[in-house]
Design a protein around this ligand. Structure first.
Ligand code: TRP
Length: 332
C-alpha cells in the first residue's frame, strides 16, 4: 500500500513540476506570453473549441494567471464591434492572435493590414482558409495566418440526407448571405448534388428576422433542407425548428450543436478536439515557428450525430446505421 502511495505521489509530483521542467520557451521577455482570442459569438461548437484550446495550452504548461495572459473578446456576432475589437487587439501587440470562426479571422487580417503589423494569427473552426483569402494554399498558407479547419466531406453529408430521404429529388440549402464560410459549403453542396442528380433550391437570409419567412418558402418545394456551419443560423435554430416541425421537413445540419438545437442529423467534427489541435499549433508558434509555413490542419472526416426527439416530432424512423454508428445528441 505504502509503495503504491509513494508511486502515486511521485507521479503527482512529477506532473506538478513538469510545467517548469519543460518550461515553454516564451517569446515575451518576462517569461509570460499574451494570446488574444476573438470568438465570433457564444454558441455550442465555438465554446467547445475555446475550451479545448485552453485545456490544450494548460497541458502544454501555459496557464492563465501564471505564465499566460489571455485577452478574450467576443462581439456576439456584431460585425462593427468585431472590427473595433480586432483593431484593439492588434494595438495591444500580443504574441499570438487566435480567431474562432471565419469573420474574426477576416477582421484580424484587415486590422493587421491597416496597422501595417505582422502578428502571428491562428484560426480555428474555419471552413476554408484558401477560399476566403486567409491563405494561399493549405500546405503553405503564406499570409501570416494558419490554423485548423472544420470542413467535412460534402459528399458524405449528401449521403446522409439521402439516407433520411431515399427518394430525395430537391434539397433545399439555407445560409446567411454575409458568411463566406457558409457560401463555400453551399456551393460545395450544389456541386455534389449536381453530380448525384439531385436538384437544389438555395435561399439566403441576411439576418435572423428573415429565417421564418425563408423557411416557409422551402415548404412544398424540397424534401429535405441542408444548413451548413452558419454562425448566424446556428444561434437561431429555434426558428428553423418551429417551421421544420410544423411541416415535417427533415433538416440536415453541418454540426452537432445545431443538431442538438433541433436539426435531425449532422455530420460534424468534434470542436473540443479542434481546439486542442489549435493549442498544439499555438505552442509551436510561441516557440518561434513561422505561421506562414505551417500547413492548415483538419479535424476528422466527421462523425454522424442524430436527434431522436426531432425524429419523433417529424414522425421519421431513423435508419439503423445512423442509430448504430451515430451519436445521440440528446444523450448527455
Ligand atoms: N465554420 C464556421 C466558420 O468558418 C464556424 C463554425 C464552427 C460554426 N462551428 C460552427 C458555425 C457551428 C455555426 C455552427 O465561420
Amino acid at each position: 500500500m505504502k509503495k503504491i502511495l509513494a508511486v502515486i505521489l511521485t507521479v503527482l509530483l512529477c506532473s506538478c513540476s513538469s510545467p517548469s521542467s519543460t518550461a515553454p520557451q516564451s517569446s515575451a521577455e518576462d517569461g509570460r506570453v499574451t494570446i488574444a482570442v476573438i470568438q465570433l459569438l457564444t454558441h455550442g461548437s465555438l465554446d467547445e473549441d475555446y475550451q479545448g484550446f485552453l485545456d490544450g495550452l494548460k497541458e502544454a504548461g501555459y496557464e492563465e494567471g501564471k505564465n499566460l495572459e489571455i485577452i478574450y473578446q467576443n462581439p456576439e456576432g456584431d460585425q462593427s464591434n468585431l472590427a473595433t475589437m480586432a483593431d484593439a487587439v492588434v494595438a495591444k501587440d500580443p504574441d499570438l492572435i487566435v480567431a474562432i470562426a471565419t469573420p474574426p479571422a477576416q477582421a484580424v487580417q484587415q486590422a493587421l493590414e491597416s496597422a501595417g503589423k505582422s502578428i502571428p494569427v491562428l484560426g480555428t473552426a474555419i471552413t476554408s482558409y484558401t477560399e476566403t483569402g486567409l491563405a494561399e494554399t493549405d500546405e503553405r498558407p503564406g499570409l501570416g495566418i494558419s490554423g485548423v479547419s472544420d470542413n467535412c466531406p460534402m459528399d458524405l453529408q449528401l449521403m446522409l440526407a439521402q439516407q433520411i430521404v431515399p427518394e430525395l429529388k430537391t434539397l433545399g440549402i439555407l445560409y446567411t448571405s454575409s458568411e463566406a464560410n457558409s457560401q463555400i459549403q453551399a456551393e460545395q453542396m450544389e456541386e455534389v448534388c449536381a453530380a448525384a442528380g439531385v436538384q437544389t433550391l438555395v435561399k439566403t437570409v441576411s439576418d435572423k428576422t428573415m429565417i421564418d419567412d425563408t423557411m416557409q418558402s422551402f415548404i412544398g418545394n424540397v424534401e429535405a433542407l441542408y444548413i451548413p456551419t452558419d454562425n448566424n443560423i446556428a444561434s437561431a435554430m429555434g426558428s428553423v425548428d418551429i417551421v421544420a416541425t410544423e411541416n415535417k421537413l427533415p433538416v440536415v445540419v453541418g454540426v452537432s450543436a445545431m443538431c442538438a438545437d433541433g436539426g435531425l442529423v449532422a455530420l460534424g467534427v468534434d470542436y473540443y478536439v479542434l481546439g486542442k489541435v489549435t493549442a498544439e499549433m499555438a505552442v509551436e508558434v510561441l516557440n518561434g515557428k513561422d505561421v506562414s509555413e505551417m500547413p492548415i490542419r483538419y479535424g476528422s472526416s466527421g462523425t454522424i450525430y442524430y436527434n431522436p426527439r426531432t425524429a419523433e416530432n417529424l414522425g421519421i424512423t431513423l435508419p439503423d446505421n445512423i442509430l448504430s454508428d451515430g451519436i445521440d445528441v440528446t444523450a448527455e
